[in-house]
Design a protein around this ligand. Structure first.
Ligand SMILES: [Mn+2]
Length: 270
């Protein structure tokens, strides 16, 4: 059996006026979600906030309703629930963008990790990222939905050229822009000692993978310190964008089993 430790930190950075990143996590639910909004004036932070709230509400509502299912009813698997939750969040951001003139064209990235049964289900749209740090190796579990990544995939760019590109922040896919959205869903096995990092591009544009890995290694017993170190490194390297990180560590132990119906308020009260 495994239990989870989670910590997060977010900062507006040194240049931007608003923090358009949003995040939420709950170690007992095993859920960590991060969103990086885009759009004029305050629209970006509206989009990322709606996406997080909508996603978490849907997940909890489905799990809470399944608690009432008798033995013959089959609960849905977590990746299917994440898919539904993100589709619904997409609809909600899209509708809000059309209802409110100030929010026209807003959208957001979303990266979600849901830990369950010694697995993690990942759902992902945009250029926020999820990494796994295991056996001293940092591995990227998501693929950026960016113009530059497509150029890398087709062999026109190396990763180094991609990092240096002026266009590296142009996303090819975001939540809330169109009535439907293509969502990447993956399942991975989870091992005791694994560390997972969810982060916005404000981290990965400013801090290279080697430094990220070093900070995760040094801070594996103190995630709060680690989250602070990652954000500080992004800021000291220029902090050109909002920066948000969530760190998840998989520990040995018995998870608390709280009822899903009671999770909703607790999730948003922090
Ligand atoms: Mn960003």
């Amino acid at each position: 059996m495994t239990k989870l430790a989670m910590e997060a930190q977010s900062d507006t950075g040194c240049v931007r006026e608003h923090n358009e990143d949003n995040f939420g996590f709950d170690a007992e639910m095993g859920l960590a979600v991060l969103a990086d909004g885009m759009g004029g004036y305050k629209a970006g932070e509206v989009a990322s906030a709606i996406a997080i709230t909508s996603l978490v509400h849907t997940v909890i509502q489905i799990k809470a309703s399944e608690e009432k299912i008798d033995l013959n009813g089959r609960p849905q698997d977590e990746s299917a629930i994440l898919y539904r939750a993100l589709s619904q969040a997409n609809q909600q951001v899209y509708d809000s963008a059309h209802d409110d003139h100030d929010c026209r064209g807003m959208g957001t990235t979303v990266s979600a990790a849901w830990f369950h049964d010694n697995k993690v289900s990942i759902a992902h749209i945009g250029d926020s990222r999820i990494y796994r740090y295991r056996n001293y190796r940092l591995e990227l579990l998501t693929t950026d939905h960016t113009v530059v990544q497509e150029l890398v995939d087709h062999g026109f760019y190396t990763q180094e050229e991609a990092r240096a590109s002026e266009q590296r922040n142009i996303v090819t896919r975001a939540l809330g822009i169109d009535p439907t959205v293509e969502i990447d869903i993956y399942d991975y096995d989870v091992r005791v000692g694994d560390i997972y990092l969810l982060c916005s591009d404000g981290l990965t544009d400013m801090v290279d993978d080697m430094d990220v890995a070093n900070i995760l290694r040094r801070s594996s017993t103190d995630l709060k310190y680690g989250a602070g170190e990652l954000v500080n490194k992004a800021l000291s390297n220029g902090g050109k964008d909002n920066v948000t990180v969530i760190i998840v560590r998989v520990d040995e132990g018995q998870p608390k089993n709280k009822s899903w119906a009671n999770r909703l308020n607790e999730f948003f009260s922090g």
